[in-house]
Design a protein around this ligand. Structure first.
Ligand SMILES: [Fe+2]
Ligand SMILES: [Fe+2]
Length: 330
């Protein structure tokens, strides 16, 4: 499957590459990391800015659906855990914006692109979180899918991205466990609680499967990104792994995955399952999901409301620098 993909969509063959490009590809093939100031093809740099930038935006926008429940967490302990989890996501955003800045783009530029709708974030965050059980399902499924995507990226070729991923993945494991812990509590609670857990699974199952992106046959950028080790596995491979890991977890909870076609396939050693509705995926991506306007609106408002604080920080840094300069000259 991999070999077929690598041939597609106008990727340069080795003969078409310049000597610099060949040497660059050789370094990647040897498993070397590419570091910020080193030579890289423009396409590599641009693809990474898009990918890391979208990833950073997803972390920051991803705080919103869960932030929605901090004030309504059912116990003090749950509130403290959720608060810590949402703060982690802010931290992930910050590492990733920093990694992205090493490629020669500023954080302000990335923000502008997000706010203008010219850069995307993961579509999963355009769905609402309606009940407390959604906090369980988000941690279990959404952070679970994120881990599935991100663990291979620890080995990605770009040094700063790879190192950010190593730290992020450690925290994501905690996120997934806290989500599953909520699901266990709800699924073994009163019939009404179990019903909430099932409803959360029903609503978030297919959006979680969409997190791996379109099917390999419809996915642009894949072949070049794979040869550059910016992408380590195909979308369909990761989706299959996610389903195989998650179905037994749903069974353990006594919940039903909302897919009548779901069936263990002995030959392939994995589950057969229904594809998500890709027309919904593209529709949400185009801005028509249930929460797109709210999410982007909240980010723009936070940016505008924080302007005085950023201005203050810059003014303070300038003054501090001016105070230091005469002393340094002596
Ligand atoms: Fe995260
Ligand atoms: Fe997370």
């Amino acid at each position: 499957m991999y070999a077929q993909m690598v041939k597609s969509e106008g990727m340069k063959s080795r003969d078409e590459m310049s000597a610099e490009e060949q040497a660059f590809q050789d370094r990647i093939d040897r498993g070397e990391k590419i570091e910020p100031k080193e030579w890289m093809p423009e396409g590599y740099r641009k693809t990474l800015i898009r990918q890391i930038g979208q990833h950073a935006h997803s972390e920051i926008v991803g705080q919103l659906p869960e932030g929605n429940w901090i004030t309504r967490a059912p116990t003090l302990e749950r509130k403290a855990i959720l608060l810590a989890k949402v703060q982690d996501e802010a931290g992930h955003g910050l590492y990733l914006y920093s990694a992205c800045e090493t490629l020669g783009v500023t954080r302000d530029e990335l923000m502008e692109l997000l706010h203008a709708g010219k850069m995307k974030y993961s579509s999963i965050f355009n769905y609402p979180t309606l009940t407390w059980a959604d906090m369980g399902a988000v941690g279990w499924l959404v952070d679970g899918a994120a881990i599935m995507n991100q663990v291979p990226l620890q080995r990605t070729s770009y040094g700063p991205y790879s190192r950010a991923m190593i730290r992020i993945c450690k925290e994501e494991s905690f996120h997934q466990r806290q989500g599953y812990a909520i699901m266990m509590k709800m699924a073994s609670g009163t019939p009404a609680q179990k019903k909430m857990a099932q409803d959360a699974l029903n609503r978030l199952w297919y959006p979680s499967l969409m997190m791996f992106g379109p099917s390999d046959k419809d996915s642009v950028h894949s072949a070049q990104s794979m040869s550059w080790k910016i992408k380590m596995n195909s979308n369909d491979e990761l989706r299959q792994k996610f389903v195989d890991q998650t179905v037994p977890q749903a069974e353990y909870l006594g919940l039903t995955v909302p897919d009548p076609a779901l069936k263990w396939n002995e030959d392939k050693g994995g589950y057969d399952f229904s594809e998500p509705d890709w027309s919904e995926f593209y529709d949400v991506l185009a801005g028509n999901g249930p929460c797109n306007k709210d999410r982007l609106g909240a980010r723009v408002k936070a940016w505008e409301d924080g302007a005085w604080f950023r201005d203050g920080l810059v003014a303070h840094a300038r003054k501090a620098a001016a105070r230091r300069t005469p002393a340094a000259a002596e």
